[in-house]
Design a protein around this ligand. Sequence first.
Ligand code: TYD
Length: 210
Amino acid sequence: MFITFEGIEGCGKTTQIKLLCDRLSAAGANVVATHEPGGTFAGTEIRKIVLRSASGPMDPVTELLLFSAARSELVDSVILPALLQGKVVLCDRFYDSTTAYQGHARGVDMDVVDQVTKIATGGLTPDRTIILDLPVEEGLDRAMSRMMTQKNPEARFEEEGIRFHTLVRDGFLAIAAEEPERVRIVDGRGSVEQTHQLVIAQLKDILPLD
Ligand code: TYD
């Protein structure tokens, strides 16, 4: 099973993936948790280029190609081998982030985004995708307070304004409307535990979560 988590900045994906990973491991499942961009040597190097504030503005197609290059590496060297061994793979962001950020928000032609995505993934699609949804202001507030406590040099996207992040959120909601079976929206405004229960409700038909 291949499960991906998506959402705007500060939506709580990382916390929810950790909780789910612990719960699945406790239930005896063999779980691999990974993230984009990163998870491989090349992916981590690409991450530095694409997320560092110091990189400054970047051509949207360059962004598309960098995220996709990191994805291709992650699919080949981490995700596919784990799936072939029968493991459950949880991934923090996958190609829906590219569709929302580089397609919907940056305006790269969707046919181009789709073609590059197919090349990078070899056609691999998540079995289910959880979008943690919350108002942009709330997400950015959370992301900002996180940035205050731990100085983050990788803030190129957090530095974008409300308008940009609203386009990203609308992009994710549009993806969910197009693919309601694969993509489930979970309300991310509640407590960590409340959100965890909502996540489980959207996955218990395909994962050992009883
Ligand atoms: P990251 O530090 O992993 O933060 P988060 O906890 O928000 O996931 O940052 C990833 C950033 O990269 C995030 O702002 C979204 C952006 N991104 C894209 O624009 N396109 C993509 O394809 C991916 C995977 C991420």
